[in-house]
Design a protein around this ligand. Structure first.
Ligand SMILES: C/C=C/C(=O)SCCNC(=O)CCNC(=O)[C@H](O)C(C)(C)COP(=O)(O)OP(=O)(O)OC[C@H]1O[C@@H](n2cnc3c(N)ncnc32)[C@H](O)[C@@H]1OP(=O)(O)O
Length: 258
């Protein structure tokens, strides 16, 4: 953990705040800290959700710190693309539910971190773009793949190739964010959603998430047998018995995450 990346645990939810003024940009240090943090949270059975947001009112995150690239060479580029990739791929593989609470500009690597999350909630004044080509770069932290997957190639190309910056309502219309809330309310809305996650069996959530991810990398022919296999595997867990019995006994389930 660095001063630029803050962690607060609220019950079963980890709230991660990017705090690198003025624009909450990513540096090698914060990216490495994010990767290590997610590894740590994956090992904490009490944590079911992760919410990531930006400090301040204007920026979720403006992406990579462009000062690093001003006179950077290929060595710098290779190093930064590696740490970006490792951090955001580790976030994608978080075993619980990850929610981006987009409280302002989400640009470049700032949008890519939101794309690595499971769910995106944006405040009405937020704006989103992958403007790397405008500064002679490209989105190297999953953006070309994750954005196309989420919104389809047409809108991904408008954003990546034409540099279109979208306001929150447009982003919702194309499926880039699932919910738009009023200014200052993204974190609250994300925490409300994280509360709903607490009603789900954490091990079932992990299995469901792995199956949904599998849809990107595998074929339906490999995903469907895996769906059946993981369904059976859940019967090895205490939470499977607890969930069904809690329903039948008309009470709230007490999960052990195992
Ligand atoms: C693999 C990943 C690659 C990448 O992520 S590449 C980077 C992609 N990101 C961008 O290209 C975004 C660059 N930023 C902007 O375009 C603008 O910002 C905004 C449109 C988001 C907001 O514009 P405005 O309202 O005019 O604010 P402001 O004066 O530009 O920004 C406030 C301060 O924040 C600094 N800043 C903003 N983004 C970055 C950045 N990405 N790297 C370094 N500094 C940044 C500015 O320079 C300035 O600073 P000061 O107040 O000292 O002039």
């Amino acid at each position: 953990m660095t001063a630029q990346l803050k962690l607060e645990k609220q019950g079963h939810t980890a709230v991660v705040t990017m705090s690198n003024p003025p624009a909450n940009t990513w540096t090698k240090g914060t990216l490495t800290a994010l990767k290590n943090l997610v590894i740590e949270l994956n090992a904490d059975k009490e944590i079911y959700s992760l919410v990531i947001t930006g400090e301040g009112e204007k920026f979720f995150s403006a992406g990579a710190d462009l000062n690093v690239f001003a006179d950077g060479d290929k060595g710098v580029a290779a190093d930064m693309s590696r740490v970006f990739g490792e951090a955001f791929e580790t976030l994608s593989d978080f075993r619980g539910v990850s929610i981006a609470a987009i409280n302002g500009f989400a640009m470049g690597g700032g949008l890519e971190v939101a794309l690595a999350c499971d769910i995106r909630i944006a405040e009405a004044q937020a704006q989103m773009a992958l403007p790397e080509a405008k500064v002679g770069l490209l989105p190297c932290a999953g953006g070309t793949q994750n954005l196309s997957w989420l919104v389809g190639e047409g809108w991904a190309k408008r954003m990546i190739l034409c540099g279109e910056r979208l306001k929150a309502d447009k982003a919702q219309q194309i499926g880039l964010v699932e919910e738009v809330v009023e200014q200052g309310k993204a974190l609250e809305a994300a925490l409300e959603l994280a509360k709903k996650v607490e009603d789900q069996s954490p091990v079932a959530v992990t299995a469901c998430k792995a199956l949904i991810q599998k849809g990107r990398t595998g074929t339906i022919n490999s995903a469907l047998p895996l769906e059946r296999e993981l369904f059976v595997t859940l019967f090895d867990t205490q939470d499977q018995k607890e969930g069904v019995n809690a329903f039948l006994e008309k009470r709230k389930a007490n999960w052990v995450n195992g």
